[in-house]
Design a protein. Structure first.
Length: 332
C-alpha cells in the first residue's frame, strides 16, 4: 500500500488480546481499545491482560492503550473489531461514533448484531457509511488460546480489495500463524456465525451422552446445512471443504476451548440458559446468533434442521432430549 496503515484492535477480550499479541510479534505498534481503566493500568504495569489469556506477554511500550474509543478511532486507519456482537452497537453509541466512512473496518467478531439481524460488515455499511471496498473479515479456524500459546494456527482474511487483504495478512503472518486470503466476505462472515450454532448443537449432544459416531454424522450434516444457507444468501463459487468453512466448523464443534460447545454442553446436561451464562461468565455468540439466523431464514426458507433444533431448545424451551431425538431421524 502507499502508506503504512495504523492498525487498532477494538476489544479487550480473549480474541482482541490474541490479535494484539500477533501484531506485536511483528515488532509493530498497535492501538488498542479496552473497556476498563483497571485493565489498562494492569497491562502497563504487568504486561499481561488480567482477565484473558494471562500467559500472553504484551509490550505496553509499543501500545497506544486507551479506554477512549474515539481517541483510538481517530488515531487509526484500520480498525479490527473484536467485541462480542451483542455489545457492538451499544459500544459505538456510547462513544458517540456516527461516521466511519474514512476508516477500513475489519470484523473479527463471528456473530450477528442482535435486533439488526445483520452480519457485521453489512451493519457498518448501512449504519456508519463504510464503503464495501473498506470492509474485511478475519476468519478461522483459530482459537485465541492456541494463538497466545504460539501453536501453529491458520487465519483467512476476506477483502474485495486484494491490496488491503495482503497488507493485513502481512501484519498477521508469523512463524506460528499462516494466513490466506479470499474475496468471499459475506460467506466467511455467515459461516463464522453458523459454526457457533453448530458447536452449541454438538455440545448439547455431548451433554446428553451422545458419542463420537453421532457427532460425526451431526457435523457432516451441519456442513451441508451451511452450504445450503450460503448458496441461498450469497450465491458464489466457493468450496465448502476449505478450512475457512469446514475447518472452522470442526474446531468450534470439537475444541475444549470452544465456549459455544461449552454452552451447549451445559444445556444438554439440564442447565437453564440463565444458569449456563452465570456458570460460564463468557459470551457464547451462538446463543444470540441462532435467533437472528432463524429470523433471516424466514425470507430464504433454507432447510436447516440443526439450527432449528438449537432454536427450539434455547428459545422455545423444548426438551433437549426430545428435540435431539427428533433431529437424529432427519440426519443421514
Amino acid at each position: 500500500m502507499e502508506k503504512e496503515l495504523k492498525v487498532a484492535v477494538i476489544g479487550g477480550g480473549s480474541w482482541g488480546t490474541a490479535l494484539v499479541k500477533i501484531l506485536l510479534n511483528k515488532n509493530s505498534y498497535v492501538n488498542w481499545w479496552v473497556r476498563r481503566q483497571e485493565t489498562v493500568d494492569y497491562i502497563k504495569n504487568y504486561h499481561r491482560n488480567p482477565n484473558y489469556l494471562r500467559y500472553a506477554e504484551l509490550y505496553p511500550e509499543r501500545l497506544l492503550l486507551s479506554t477512549d474509543l474515539k481517541q483510538i478511532i481517530d488515531e487509526s486507519d484500520m480498525l479490527i473489531f473484536a467485541i462480542p456482537a451483542p455489545f457492538l452497537k451499544e459500544t459505538l453509541d456510547k462513544a458517540n461514533i456516527t461516521d466511519l466512512s474514512d476508516k477500513i473496518i475489519v470484523s473479527a467478531i463471528k456473530g450477528i448484531v442482535p435486533f439488526e439481524n445483520n452480519i457485521v460488515g453489512n451493519f457498518f455499511q448501512s449504519k456508519y457509511n463504510v464503503k464495501k471496498k473498506n470492509i474485511g473479515v478475519i476468519a478461522g479456524p483459530c482459537h485465541s488460546e492456541e494463538v497466545s500459546m504460539q501453536k501453529l494456527s491458520y487465519l483467512t482474511i476476506a477483502f474485495k480489495d486484494n491490496e488491503k487483504a495482503n497488507f493485513l495478512s502481512g501484519r498477521l503472518q508469523t512463524r506460528f500463524m499462516k494466513v490466506s486470503t479470499t474475496n468471499d466476505i459475506i460467506g466467511t462472515e455467515y459461516a463464522a456465525v453458523l459454526k457457533n450454532i453448530i458447536a452449541i448443537a454438538n455440545g448439547i449432544c455431548i451433554g446428553l451422552g451422545y458419542g463420537d459416531n453421532f457427532q460425526a454424522v451431526l457435523i457432516v450434516n451441519a456442513v451441508r446445512e451451511v452450504k445450503r444457507f450460503l448458496s441461498e444468501v450469497n450465491p458464489l463459487s466457493r468450496d465448502i471443504n476449505e478450512t475457512v468453512y469446514m475447518g472452522d466448523i470442526i474446531v468450534t464443534a470439537y475444541s475444549k476451548f470452544s465456549r459455544n460447545r461449552m454452552f451447549g454442553n451445559f444445556i444438554g446436561k439440564g442447565y437453564s440458559v440463565k444458569s449456563t451464562m452465570a456458570e460460564m461468565k463468557m459470551v457464547a455468540e451462538g446463543y444470540y446468533a441462532v435467533k437472528c439466523i432463524v429470523e433471516i431464514n424466514k425470507k430464504h426458507n433454507v432447510y436447516m434442521p440443526i439450527t432449528q433444533a438449537v432454536y427450539n431448545i434455547i428459545y422455545n424451551r423444548h426438551s433437549p432430549f426430545s428435540e435431539v431425538k427428533l433431529l437424529a431421524d432427519k440426519l443421514n
